[in-house]
Design a binder for this molecule. Structure first.
Ligand SMILES: [Zn+2]
Length: 602
C-alpha cells in the first residue's frame, strides 16, 4: 500500500511538472503567435513575402458572327525579383542562353526597374516549357528568378485584319508612373489600344511566403490572394468572310486599301490595308530584327492605308465637284458646256480628257457616267476656288471621320490662302481649278474619308460616324452596345443628292459606264471610278460603290496603288465583296457548294 501510495505521489509530482512545462510552452507559443504577431508579420512583410501579380486574361475580340480574332493562350513568363538577386552579371550570364536574350537586355530590364525591387520584373514572355524545367531543376543557380503561368496574346488569323486589331506591348517605366503596372501588357495599336481599358480586365495578386533562399513556402493566411477579373469581350462589326475575301483579292503583290461600311449606321464590315503583317509577331516576345524588318520595308506594311494613307481622289471626287456646282446653282443638270474633243484649252495649256477621241456634249449624268474630264474642267472653273474649298470642307474632306481606332489622319483641302502661301500671290493661276475639278492636284483624301463621303451621299446626306465596335460584354455578362452617331450633314439638298446618285447608277448600270464590267446580276448598284496621278510611279486605281441602289446597305471604297485605271483594278474588288455580302444577306443566291474533293481535302 505504502509503495503504491508513494508511487501515486511521485506520479502526481511528475504529472504536475509536465503540466507546468506544457503551460510554459503554451504560454511561449501564445506569446509568439499572439503577442509578437505584429512584430513577426512585419519582419516577413519586409523580407519574406513576394507580391506576385496575376495578370487578368484579356478579353476576346470577335467578329460580327462571334469568330475569334484575338484571344489569350497560356504561356510561361520568366521574371526576376531585383531585391533577391545576388549578382546580376552572373545571373544574366546564366539566363541569357536559356531565354535567347542578350545579357545586356536582361541587365537593362532589371536596372530600369530597380525602383520597385520587390516586384517581379518580366524578362521574357512566352518561354518554352523546356527552359521552364531547367529553371525549376536548377533553382539554386537562379536566385531571384521565378516563372509563372501567364498569357500570351494570339491572333488566329495572322495577317487578316492586323491593322484593325492592332497588338499589345509591355508597359515601360514612364507609363508605370501613371496608372499601369510596369511589365504588364497594354494595347498598343488598333482596337487593342482603343478599347484597352475594358479588354484588359483587372489584375489580381498572390501573396507568397518565401524562405531566405527564395523557396516558396506557401501562401499567407493573413492576406488572402486577390483573383484577377477577366477583361471584357469586344464584339466588332467586321465580317470575317468579307475581310478574308477582300484580303485575298489584293493577294500578296498589290498594295492599297479597302473599306466597306453600312452607310445607314456606320458599321464597318471589312477594312483591309495591304501589305499587312502577322499580328502574332508582336505578341509575347518580339525579336528585334523582326520589327526592324517590318519598319524598314519599302512597301510599308505597318502603315494602315485606310486611315493614314492620303491619296488624290481622282475622278471619285467628281461627285464633290458636281454636287457643289449644283447646290450653289452654278450649273443645272443640263447646263451646256464646250463639247469634249479629247481635251480642253485653257490659256496656253491644253488639258487632256482620258478619252482621246472625246465624249462630245454631255449633261451632268452623262459626264459622270463616262467620267468626262473636259466637262469637269469647265465645272471646276465655273465653281471657283472659294466655293470648291468651302463645300469640300463642309463635306468633311479635311477632318477626321472619328473612327474608333487611334492614329487616324485627316485629308487635305487646299484654299486660296494655302496656294498664296505655297506659291506666292502671283505664283499660281486658276488652272488649279481644272485639276481640282477632276480630283487631281492638292486635294487629298484617306480611303476612309472618301468612303464616309459616299456613305453620306447614299444615306440622304446623313454622314454616320464609322465604327468597329458593336458591343462590349463584361465577364459578368453586362452588355454595352454601340449606338449609331451622325457625324455631320452633307451640304446637299435631296434633289442634288438624287442627281449624284443617278449619275453613279449610270457608271455601273449604264451602257457607257466606266464600271459597267463590274455590275452584279440581280442587284442594282452605283459607283464611281477614279484614276489618280501619282508623282512617285504608276497611277492609283480607285472605285467607290454602293448597293442596292434604292436603299444602300453597303458602301465600298477601294484604292489599288500603281495599278492603273479604277475600272480594271479597283471596281472588281468591290464587285466581288458585294456579291459575297448579298449572298450572305439573302439578296443573291448562295454560292454553289464546293466540289466534294475539296471538302475531303479539308
Ligand atoms: Zn471627255
Amino acid at each position: 500500500m505504502i509503495d503504491l501510495t508513494t508511487k501515486s505521489i511521485r506520479g502526481k509530482i511528475v504529472a504536475g511538472i509536465m503540466a507546468a512545462i506544457f503551460l510554459l510552452l503554451v504560454g511561449k507559443l501564445a506569446q509568439l503567435q499572439i503577442v509578437s504577431y505584429d512584430y513577426y508579420f512585419q519582419m516577413s512583410e519586409e523580407n519574406r513575402i513576394r507580391l506576385v501579380p496575376r495578370t487578368a486574361m484579356r478579353g476576346k475580340i470577335v467578329d460580327r458572327e462571334g469568330r475569334t480574332l484575338a484571344t489569350d493562350r497560356p504561356a510561361y513568363t520568366v521574371s526576376v525579383i531585383p531585391s533577391e538577386i545576388r549578382q546580376l552579371s552572373r545571373l544574366s550570364e546564366e539566363l541569357a542562353p536559356l531565354l535567347s536574350l542578350e545579357r545586356k537586355t536582361i541587365e537593362q530590364k532589371v536596372k530600369e526597374r530597380r525602383s520597385r525591387k520587390y516586384e517581379p520584373v518580366p524578362i521574357r514572355r512566352d518561354i518554352e516549357f523546356a527552359s521552364v524545367c531547367i529553371i525549376e531543376e536548377s533553382n539554386e543557380l537562379f536566385p531571384g528568378v521565378m516563372y509563372q503561368l501567364d498569357h500570351a496574346r494570339t491572333y488566329p488569323y495572322g495577317n487578316i485584319a492586323a491593322h484593325i486589331i492592332g497588338y499589345t506591348g509591355e508597359v515601360d517605366e514612364r507609363e508605370s508612373k501613371t496608372q499601369f503596372r510596369i511589365g504588364s501588357m497594354i494595347g498598343r495599336a488598333g482596337v487593342e489600344k482603343q478599347y484597352d481599358q475594358p479588354i484588359r480586365g483587372i489584375d489580381g495578386v498572390d501573396y507568397q511566403e518565401v524562405s531566405a533562399t527564395g523557396r516558396i513556402l506557401g501562401s499567407l493566411q493573413s492576406k488572402p490572394n486577390k483573383d484577377p477579373i477577366p477583361g471584357s469581350e469586344l464584339g466588332l462589326s467586321l465580317d470575317l468572310d468579307l475581310q478574308v475575301l477582300c484580303d485575298s483579292l489584293f493577294g500578296d503583290s498589290l498594295s492599297g486599301a479597302a473599306i466597306f461600311i453600312n452607310p445607314q449606321n456606320g458599321e464597318i464590315l471589312a477594312m483591309v490595308s495591304k501589305p499587312n503583317y502577322d499580328a502574332n509577331l508582336f505578341s509575347g516576345f518580339v525579336p528585334r530584327d523582326a520589327y526592324q524588318q517590318l519598319s524598314t520595308d519599302e512597301r510599308r506594311p505597318l502603315l494602315d492605308r485606310v486611315i493614314r494613307g492620303t491619296y488624290p481622289p481622282g475622278s471619285t471626287s467628281k461627285l464633290l465637284t458636281a454636287g457643289a456646282a449644283l447646290e450653289l446653282g452654278v450649273i443645272e443638270p443640263n447646263t451646256p458646256f464646250k463639247p469634249c474633243y479629247g481635251g480642253y484649252q485653257f490659256g496656253n495649256r491644253y488639258f487632256k480628257c482620258h478619252k482621246k477621241s472625246g465624249h462630245g456634249s454631255q449633261d451632268v449624268y452623262g459626264a459622270l457616267e463616262v467620267s468626262c474630264d473636259t466637262y469637269f474642267y469647265q465645272v471646276g472653273l465655273k465653281l471657283g476656288l472659294k466655293n470648291f474649298s468651302d463645300i469640300a470642307k463642309k463635306c468633311g474632306f479635311d477632318v477626321l471621320t472619328g473612327i474608333d481606332i487611334p492614329a487616324e489622319r485627316a485629308g487635305f483641302v487646299p484654299t486660296e490662302e494655302w496656294y498664296n502661301k505655297a506659291y506666292g500671290k502671283n505664283g499660281w493661276t486658276k488652272a488649279v481649278l481644272l485639276n481640282l475639278g477632276i480630283g487631281q492636284g492638292e486635294l487629298l483624301v484617306t480611303p476612309l474619308g472618301l468612303a464616309q463621303f459616299y456613305c453620306g451621299v447614299v444615306n440622304n446626306g446623313n454622314v454616320m460616324k464609322p465604327h468597329l465596335m458593336r458591343y462590349i460584354k463584361s465577364a459578368n455578362g453586362e452588355l454595352t452596345q454601340a449606338t449609331p452617331e451622325v457625324a455631320r450633314q452633307l451640304p446637299f439638298s435631296a434633289s442634288t443628292l438624287a442627281i449624284l446618285k443617278e449619275g453613279c447608277r449610270r457608271v455601273v448600270q449604264g451602257g457607257s459606264g466606266t464600271a459597267a464590267r463590274s455590275r452584279i446580276e440581280g442587284i442594282e448598284m452605283g459607283g464611281k471610278t477614279g484614276t489618280a496621278q501619282n508623282p512617285h510611279g504608276n497611277e492609283h486605281a480607285l472605285f467607290c460603290g454602293f448597293a442596292p441602289f434604292d436603299k444602300p446597305t453597303i458602301v465600298g471604297c477601294v484604292v489599288v496603288e500603281n495599278a492603273g485605271h479604277g475600272s480594271v483594278a479597283a471596281a472588281p474588288i468591290v464587285q466581288q465583296v458585294f456579291i459575297r455580302y448579298f449572298q450572305k444577306t439573302g439578296l443573291l443566291a448562295p454560292p454553289p457548294p464546293p466540289p466534294l474533293e475539296d471538302i475531303v481535302q479539308l
